[in-house]
Design a protein around this ligand. Structure first.
Ligand code: 5RP
Length: 221
């Protein structure tokens, strides 16, 4: 049993007819998009907002109606994956580089449901390098200021070039090893000019985490 698929498919049960749904990015979120697509084929009526070009393409492929978020004030439910989840439901996200749109969608959702397999559960966040979206202008200076917060950091690379986000920005992957107080770190990161957003998603905004296990069981945080 694929634990990511299991968690994603169980989250789709929270989607009701007429809802506006936020679509996450990544392999787990893709399972949710596919499951939603099947429900749409079976007659469910929803509109969706995608957090990346990749998720938008997948949704189109599955016949899910997409809408422009600027025309809405609120999303009913967003389903997305995560790179790390602690026991307080704080997250690191952005492994796929989509953290900015993911955060805008998640933080403007009545229900933000996170779907992960058990490998994502941690005692303390920080082993997974924290993705931070930064503007290309003066990127080296921004990196230096991120380093001053106590991490090793570098600009994410893909195919030998800087990885560029859907928003035309760069990702600084920041290796902190241990993030003791995520709220404080998030605030410090956001104070740096040049930073657009951090991949820390904090618990009051995370309403539910569904964890799938390889033995076919589910656990709710
Ligand atoms: C993309 C993300 C993803 O949700 C995160 O990287 C988890 O991915 P996966 O479900 O493939 O393990 O934040 O920016």
């Amino acid at each position: 049993m694929d634990a990511k698929k299991l968690a994603a498919e169980s989250a789709v049960e929270y989607v009701e007819d007429g809802m506006t749904v936020g679509l996450g990015t990544g392999s787990t979120a893709s399972w949710a998009i596919k499951a939603l697509g099947e429900k749409v084929k079976a007659g469910l009526h929803i509109q969706a907002v995608a957090s990346s070009v990749a998720s938008e393409d997948l949704a189109k492929q599955y016949g899910i109606q997409l809408t422009d978020f600027s025309e809405l004030s609120r999303i009913d439910v967003t389903i997305d994956g995560a790179d790390e989840v602690d026991a307080q439901c704080n997250l690191i996200k952005g492994g796929g580089g989509a953290l900015l749109r993911e955060k805008i969608i998640a933080y403007n959702s009545s229900q933000f449901i996170v779907v992960v397999d058990e490998s994502k559960l941690v005692r303390t966040l920080g082993k997974f390098p924290l993705p931070v979206e930064i503007v290309p202008f003066a990127a080296e200076l921004t990196l230096k200021q991120l380093k001053n917060l106590g991490c090793e950091t570098s600009i994410r690379q893909k195919d030998g070039k800087n990885f560029v986000t859907d928003n035309g920005n760069l990702i600084a992957d920041c290796f902190f090893n241990q993030i003791e107080v995520p709220e404080l770190l998030n605030n410090s990161i956001l104070l740096i000019p040049g930073v657009v957003e951090s991949g820390l998603f904090l618990h009051p905004k995370v309403h539910r985490v569904i964890v799938g296990y390889a033995d076919g069981t589910l656990h709710l945080l």
